[in-house]
Design a protein. Structure first.
Length: 327
């Protein structure tokens, strides 16, 4: 699998993304089979899963002391059962209201820049880096970087700058993180809130998965210097944002579940035993068909190696949107 042609030049320049043009078939929109890839769909609405973060993206060679845990098999089954229940609820609602599931989505984005002070080292990055990050999201999710086109585009609504040393760095799972998000989060389920700042424990970012009931923790946290033009070497093309938004839209890591079971629940991402770092060539950690998907946005490789979502991932994200985040 090759690297993205000329992607670094295009992203560093901050060129606006191509226009998204995608209509997924209705078979992939808000519909699941009678049994999910993980377990049989329950016949009754199930209790919503606990508020767990997705596994954070970590730099190669880093060992975060408080790295959020990868979902267990039990947590994954609970999430898949909840998705099936949420889809049934939405289908019943739409049938009564005469409304159709969405096939294309423009996501409003609110960016919160958490600063220690007004210096660049203190988190005060220019608006141009944020605008470039939005361009990166639009390129990645439209398929302009070489992967499958998805239903999603992103529109920046607001940049909110907050100087508060008590929230800097942002510490995953802390009372300060909860206080920050409770104070700052804006919009409904369909609004993407991105929190930028210095992060604890060598983390590049983390995200929450979608839930049926919106809470203040919903959103994405990203290392400021991972934005395009940042100082995070090998992780400064904006793909930490791409990766974490994928979790926010209900994607697991490509290495979820390892070589056994149903992995990430997407049939066209080959099984992978563990995260891939840097830019490995010909890596193949499972006996199942296909080399490890090291160019997939949901792995852990350098930004320069990531360029694609698959059609299956695109369908999974749209299904989840219609279950959890659509109005």
């Amino acid at each position: 699998m090759g690297l993205r042609p000329n992607l670094l030049t295009r992203r560093t320049a901050g060129v606006a993304s191509t226009t998204l043009a995608l209509l997924l078939s209705t078979a992939a929109v808000g519909v699941v089979p009678a049994a999910s890839a993980f377990s049989a769909a329950p016949t009754e609405a199930c209790a919503e899963p606990a508020d767990v973060h997705s596994d954070a993206r970590v730099k190669a060679g880093a060992h975060a002391k408080h790295e959020p845990n990868e979902l267990t098999a039990k947590e994954t089954r609970e999430r898949e059962a909840d998705l099936a229940a949420a889809l049934r609820e939405r289908a019943n609602f739409r049938a009564g209201a005469g409304a159709a599931a969405l096939a294309t989505v423009t996501i409003p984005v609110v960016v919160h820049v958490i600063q220690e002070d007004t210096t660049r080292a203190g988190g005060n990055i220019p608006d141009s880096m944020i605008n470039s990050q939005i361009s990166v999201l639009n390129q990645a999710y439209s398929g302009a970087t070489g992967g499958a086109a998805t239903a999603f585009s992103f529109q920046l609504q607001k940049i909110n700058r907050v100087t508060n040393p008590a929230w800097f760095p942002i510490v995953q799972g802390s009372s300060a993180e909860r206080s920050m998000k409770t104070s700052l989060r804006e919009g409904g389920k369909n609004t993407l809130n991105i929190y930028l700042g210095e992060l604890s424990d060598d983390l590049l970012g983390w995200a929450t998965f979608p839930k049926r009931r919106l809470d203040s923790m919903d959103g994405v946290v990203v290392l400021t210097e991972s934005l395009p033009g940042g100082t995070a070497t090998n992780y400064n093309q904006g793909d930490t944002g791409t990766h974490e938004v994928g979790h926010w839209l209900n994607l697991y890591h490509t290495f979820q579940g390892g070589c056994s079971g149903s992995g990430d629940g997407v049939s066209d991402t080959p099984a992978e035993a563990s995260p891939a770092y840097q830019c490995p060539t010909g890596r193949d950690t499972c006996t199942a068909t296909g080399l490890d998907p090291i160019t997939n946005f949901m792995d852990y490789t350098y930004d320069s190696c990531m360029y694609q979502f698959t059609a299956g991932q695109a369908a999974r994200m749209l299904t989840a949107w219609n279950a959890y985040r659509a109005a």
